[in-house]
Design a protein around this ligand. Structure first.
Ligand code: SAM
Length: 263
């Protein structure tokens, strides 16, 4: 059965507000699945299976899947499509509200063509709060992918780049044309992988992320002014940070250094 067959089963129109643009190009779903690089039967959590195009490819590779879909109608289509397959559990729920402590076991991999309206919020929440997810293979808007993987001193670099690189190794994999979706979205997408590290200093990394958020709120100011509530000029200099640098110039490691000095 083609992807179009399953999309036709949707009652009414796809919900634009829920980011319902479905992948119709199976080559892209296959390419995304290859990036999972898990072991056979590794557990995967997929956010927003929609009509199941990506889910279908993941199941072909024998992964065990738990899928969270907010839309009852789409969850029912996913259930129907994979009713013969034991490896999948469909949960009708908002991914922002799911209790991720239910992901038991040594590790999980998250795969998602993320709904754009919650993409970054959900990613940051999971990266900072759910260490059991050790790998992410996600499709996001190209512009978000550029921010996730941005290097210091570029216009895309910000608190999102800092948090992603403090907790994971992010990598931009490939772009996906608008024409691979139905309905056709307004923007180009990109696939990103993030490999989460084993960390012993998560609290300080979280603090470093908070400091970067505060600094980037006033990104035109010098770091000595943007973080004046926290550090004196002398303290910054002692840490090898130029007080006259702008927040964009500081590396994630420098934000971590700042956070560690607050302890
Ligand atoms: N995975 C499918 C694909 O690639 O064709 C669908 C991807 S579509 C961009 C996003 C999906 O996420 C939709 O099925 C939408 O209903 C679902 N969704 C939107 N918000 C959600 C949320 N808060 N929690 C869970 N699923 C959500």
């Amino acid at each position: 059965m083609s992807e179009a067959y399953w999309i036709k089963k949707i009652e009414g129109k796809p919900n634009f507000k829920l980011g319902q643009n479905f992948l119709i190009d199976t080559n892209i779903s296959r390419k995304i699945t290859k990036l999972v690089q898990g072991q056979l039967a590794d557990p995967i959590i997929e956010i927003g299976p929609g009509t199941g195009s990506l889910t279908n490819e993941l199941l072909k590779d024998n992964y065990r899947l738990r899928v969270l879909e907010i839309d009852k109608n789409l969850a029912a289509i996913t259930e129907e499509r994979f009713s013969e397959i034991p490896n999948i559990e469909v949960i009708t729920q908002d991914a922002m509200e799911y209790d991720y402590s239910k992901l038991t076991g040594p590790w999980w991999i998250l795969v998602s063509n993320l709904p754009y309206y919650i993409g970054t919020r959900l990613l940051v929440k999971l990266i900072t709060e759910v260490p059991v997810i050790h790998r992410y293979v996600v499709m996001v808007q190209k512009e978000v992918a550029e921010r996730i993987t941005a290097q210091p001193n570029t216009k895309e670099y910000g608190a999102l780049s800092v948090v992603c690189s403090l907790f994971t190794t992010p990598k931009l994999q490939f772009d996906v044309s608008k024409n691979c979706f139905s309905p056709v979205p307004k923007v180009t997408s990109s696939v990103v992988t993030l490999q989460r590290e084993r960390l012993i200093d998560e609290e300080e990394r979280l603090e470093a992320f908070n400091l970067s958020k505060i600094a980037f709120q006033q990104k035109r100011k010098k770091i000595k002014s943007a973080l004046k509530e926290y550090f004196s000029v002398e303290e910054l200099e002692k840490l090898g940070i130029n007080p006259d640098d702008r927040p964009q110039k500081l590396t994630p490691e420098q934000y971590l250094l700042l956070a560690k000095s607050l302890k």
